[in-house]
Ligand binder design. Structure first.
Ligand code: E4P
Length: 215
C-alpha cells in the first residue's frame, strides 16, 4: 500500500517527503481553506516537492462546471488529479474527463455500489472515507474490504485510496483490507513511527554505550 499525505500545508508535505515515504498528496476545499493561501500557488509548490498524483478538488455541483474547473487545473502539471464528488453530476464529469485523458479521484465514497459506479464511469482513484463512517457507527474498514473484493473479482483497475484516516490502526487495517493507497493526515504519520519500546531501547543502548566510554 502506498502512502499519500492528506493536507494542503506545504511544510507538512516537505517534512514527510524528506523521509522518502510519500507517493502522492490529496487536498480538499476544507484543507485548502485552512491554509488561507492561493490554491494554484499551493499546488505549484506541492508539485515541486512530490513526484506523484496530487489531488485538486472541484467545487462546482454540475458536470459542466466541474469539467470547466478541471481543465485548467489538469493543465498545470501531469501529476494533477481532479477530485470529484460521488454524485450523478460528478460521475458524468468523471466520464467526460476520462475521455479527455484527465485522471480523477472520486471522493466522498461511502458504499460499495458508489465505488462500482465510480469505477465504471472511468475513475482513476476512488476514496472511501473510513473515519466519517466510523463516526456514525459503521465500520469504515469493512467498506474498504468489500470494495477491494468487488474490484478484484471483476478485474477493475480503479485504485482504492483509504481516506478520512484518524489513527495508525486505520492505516494498518486499510493495508490488510486491500487499499492500494492510504491518504494520511500529518499528525497520524508521527503516531505511525513512534513506539515507547523504540524510545526505551535507544535510552538503554546509549546508557550501556556510555558505561563503555568510562572504562
Ligand atoms: C480525502 O481525500 C479527504 O481529503 C479526507 O481524507 C477527509 O478526511 P476527514 O474526514 O478527516 O475530513
Amino acid at each position: 500500500m502506498k502512502l499519500f499525505i492528506d493536507t494542503a500545508n506545504v511544510e507538512e508535505i516537505k517534512q514527510v517527503a524528506a523521509m522518502g515515504v510519500l507517493s502522492g498528496v490529496t487536498t480538499n476545499p476544507s484543507l485548502v481553506a485552512k491554509e488561507g493561501r492561493d490554491f494554484i500557488q499551493v499546488l505549484k509548490e506541492i508539485i515541486e516537492i512530490v513526484d506523484g498524483p496530487i489531488s485538486a478538488e472541484v467545487v462546482s455541483l454540475d458536470a459542466d462546471g466541474m469539467v470547466e474547473e478541471a481543465q485548467p487545473l489538469a493543465a498545470i502539471h501531469k501529476n494533477i488529479v481532479i477530485k470529484v464528488p460521488l454524485t450523478t453530476e460528478g460521475l458524468k464529469a468523471v466520464h467526460r474527463l476520462s475521455q479527455q485523458g484527465i485522471r480523477t479521484n472520486v471522493t466522498l465514497c461511502f458504499s460499495t455500489t458508489q465505488a462500482l459506479m465510480a469505477a465504471r464511469a472511468g475513475a482513476t482513484f476512488v476514496s472511501p472515507f473510513i473515519g466519517r463512517l466510523d463516526d456514525i457507527g459503521f465500520d469504515g474498514v469493512d467498506l474498504i474490504q468489500d470494495i477491494a473484493h468487488v474490484y478484484d473479482l471483476h478485474a477493475i483497475d480503479t485504485e482504492i485510496i483509504a481516506a478520512s484516516i484518524r489513527n495508525p490502526i486505520h492505516v494498518s487495517q486499510a493495508a490488510k483490507a486491500g487499499a492500494h493507497i492510504a491518504t494520511i493526515p500529518f499528525g497520524v504519520f508521527d503516531t505511525m513511527i513512534k513506539h515507547p519500546l523504540t524510545d526505551r531501547g535507544i535510552e538503554r543502548f546509549l546508557a550501556d554505550w556510555s558505561t563503555l566510554q568510562k572504562k
